[in-house]
Design a protein around this ligand. Structure first.
Ligand SMILES: Nc1nc2c(ncn2[C@@H]2O[C@H](COP(=O)(O)OP(=O)(O)O)[C@@H](O)[C@H]2O)c(=O)[nH]1
Ligand SMILES: [Mg+2]
Length: 210
């Protein structure tokens, strides 16, 4: 019987850096200019095949939570990976990485499997305030995966998620995350009927108001 692994991935980072846009690009391959802020948390899932293994990625976007950092641990708890996003046109969002990391260490470091850092909006190079070199050096310090991405053009968005999956130790997230595909998946790229686990219900897209 073939099995697949469910992986929870959580995005953190300052408001406006493009977290929701990265998720939208990855899950739907679309982009919305002047995206409206979402209140609450947004959740999406996507099933991918990597090295002949099937993974259901449950992606939690901490939309609107940036100002209420005390609330974020519930989103990144039990995550197989955390992506911290900054925008290459905002030195301030880059400087915030440190405080996001400090927050993680204080509350939940032992459960963090794979850390990734994304320098988003690489399509607007003319407004760049953070060099590639500085971003990469910072990520290296924390053994983090690093990509400069653009949700607008799609540059490196898939690479970001596929590299994360390739680095997650097999079944490390939670032994209960191994799901029989025969029982729960309707298609490799589409929806799942699953009713429990880190995807929290099985709806592919949803917003949760707090
Ligand atoms: N030029 C450019 N703009 C982006 C990119 N990603 C997001 N944006 C824009 O930045 C703003 C904030 O994006 P959003 O995804 O809501 O950021 P979030 O608050 O971190 O979720 C929106 O107006 C987006 O259209 C990108 O890769 N390039
Ligand atoms: Mg958002």
């Amino acid at each position: 019987m073939s099995m697949f692994q469910e992986l929870k991935i959580c995005l953190l980072g300052d408001s406006g850096v493009g977290k929701s846009s990265i998720v939208q690009r990855f899950v739907h391959n679309t982009y919305t200019r002047n995206k409206e802020n979402t209140i609450g948390a947004s959740f999406m899932s996507k099933t991918i095949v990597h090295n002949k293994e099937t993974y259901k990625l449950c992606i939690w976007d901490t939309a609107g939570q940036e100002r209420y950092r005390a609330l974020t641990p519930m989103y990144y708890r039990n995550s197989a990976s955390i992506i911290i996003v900054y925008s290459i046109d905002s030195k301030q969002s880059f400087d915030s990485l440190k405080s996001w990391l400090k927050e993680l260490k204080l509350r939940d470091s032992d459960k963090l499997n794979v850390l990734a850092i994304a320098g988003n909006k690489v399509d607007i190079k003319e407004k760049r305030q953070v060099t590639y070199k500085d971003g990469k050096a910072f990520a290296d310090e924390y053994d983090a995966i690093f990509f400069e991405t653009s949700a607008k053009t799609g540059q490196c968005v898939n690479d970001l998620f596929f590299t994360i999956v390739s680095k997650i130790p097999k079944n490390s997230n939670n032994p209960n995350n191994l799901i029989s595909t025969q029982q729960t998946t309707t298609s490799l790229t589409g929806n799942s009927n699953k009713s429990s686990g880190c995807c929290n219900g099985g709806n592919n897209d949803r917003n949760i108001r707090l």
